[in-house]
Design a binder for this molecule. Structure first.
Ligand SMILES: NC(=O)c1ccc[n+]([C@@H]2O[C@H](COP(=O)([O-])OP(=O)(O)OC[C@H]3O[C@@H](n4cnc5c(N)ncnc54)[C@H](O)[C@@H]3O)[C@@H](O)[C@H]2O)c1
Length: 375
């Protein structure tokens, strides 16, 4: 493995703090700086992890010539502006989901990567979670047979989360569902149709003018006979946290458990009826990672004696995806190749959600994905 080191900075230290020791222990990274607005919290994290530079002002950080790449973990409304500013300042960008909340901003980011040659990766956790990696391995080996249908859900109760969440249209945060649906067969979304169902509390609706408790969308894959269905809810629906993937193949199908921590089910065609379903334990894929970061597929940063980010607890550790994400971004920079997902794919996945919400507001109208997301 190349010894080259990328000088990286993490922006936003809620969820973002989960990545500090991962970058510190990766052979291709120097974690040179962290950034968040509160100076006291910034200093506390710098001291706890021995990080040389701290910034409370993001624009000042972007002027630091030592920094090659930023990993953005700030609130959703800031993702696009900060990604665009970083690309303009000559930095590679890894950004937590979603890429943006408007199609125009997704396009700006794609255009900037094309103009500058810099890399952009949306840090979609599900496509590096062990369940996805397991399904992908089965698919690549031909064990699933021909894929016939896919579906994914992400249901979560977001009451009490930071102030940009209340009333957020469910499909604006759909990449945990969309990503695995499209990534499995390396597909591109062509168009969507989405229905809204139910109504959230009045005081929630006013924030984004989005009334629906649940949004369900069908995605038509480009140049393919496949469609996928995705289901999202954020408020006023009784449901344990669930980020699920179901994949139906001609030989084998994977169905996600209904209750967290219970086994998933693998169905095999043409067996005697009672033998068709088998409860399975999905393996961990730490072996694909450099030794120093393998432990982070099963441990959160703050398991090391401090508090754990709520998303890590509710999201079952995001399937051990964090070190895989960091590794993919760093290796893409070291090898000078596109990361998975690159800017165009990230835009296609994000715009599925944006177009789906537009469709739901128009009663299920078919909405085409923009041309710049078609690869
Ligand atoms: N599974 C996942 O992929 C996953 C899980 C959890 C959170 N997230 C994403 O991570 C992001 C952050 O979530 P969170 O729960 O940590 O949010 P949060 O609001 O608790 O924390 C945001 C952090 O960003 C910092 N920040 C905000 N504005 C800033 C600015 N202008 N400059 C520098 N720093 C700034 C804050 O100081 C804070 O440290 C969200 O976009 C969320 O969608 C993704």
């Amino acid at each position: 493995m190349s010894e080259k080191k990328i000088n990286i900075a993490i922006i936003g230290l809620g969820f973002g703090a989960e990545f500090i020791p991962i970058f510190q222990n990766h052979p291709n990274a120097n974690l040179v700086a962290v950034c968040q607005r509160d100076p006291k919290k910034l200093k506390a994290i710098q001291d706890a992890f021995g990080i040389p530079k701290g910034y409370t002002d993001y624009d000042e950080l972007l002027r630091d010539p030592e920094i090659d790449a930023v990993h953005i973990n700030t609130p959703i409304p800031d993702h696009a502006r900060q990604s665009i500013a970083a690309l303009k300042a000559g930095k590679h960008v890894a950004c937590t989901v979603p890429m943006a909340t408007s199609i125009a901003d997704c396009k700006r980011i794609v255009d900037l990567t094309k103009q500058t040659g810099l890399k952009y990766m949306m840090m979609e956790t599900v496509v590096y979670a062990r369940e996805y990696l397991y399904i992908k391995e089965l698919y690549d080996r031909g064990e699933l047979g021909k894929i016939q249908f896919l579906q994914a859900s992400h249901q979560q109760d977001m009451d009490g989360w930071p102030n940009y969440w209340p009333g957020l249209p469910p499909m604006w945060y759909a990449t945990h569902c969309v990503g695995p649906m499209l990534a499995l067969t390396d597909a591109t979304a062509e168009y969507v149709s989405c229905f809204g169902s139910g109504t959230i509390r009045k005081e929630l609706i006013k924030h984004y003018g989005s009334p629906f408790a649940v949004e369900t969308a069908h995605i038509k894959f480009k140049d393919s006979d496949l469609t996928a269905r995705i289901i999202r809810s954020l408020f006023d629906v009784a449901r344990q946290y669930r980020e699920s993937i179901d994949v139906y193949g001609s030989k084998k199908s994977f169905e996600w458990t209904l209750i967290e921590h219970e086994p998933h089910v693998l169905h095999t065609a043409k067996l005697a009826e009672p033998k068709i379903p088998k409860k399975i334990q999905v393996p961990d894929y730490a072996k694909r990672l450099p030794k120093g970061i393998q432990k982070f597929t099963t441990k959160g940063v703050y398991d090391l004696g401090k508090k754990t980010h709520l998303s890590f607890t509710q999201g079952a550790g995001h399937g051990g995806s964090h070190p895989h994400l960091a590794h993919e971004f760093l290796r893409a920079l070291v090898e000078d190749r596109d990361p998975m997902p690159n800017a165009v794919k990230s835009a296609n996945w994000t715009c599925v959600g944006l177009c789906a919400h537009e469709s739901a507001l128009a009663g299920g109208k078919i909405v085409k994905l923009p041309a710049f997301t078609q690869g």
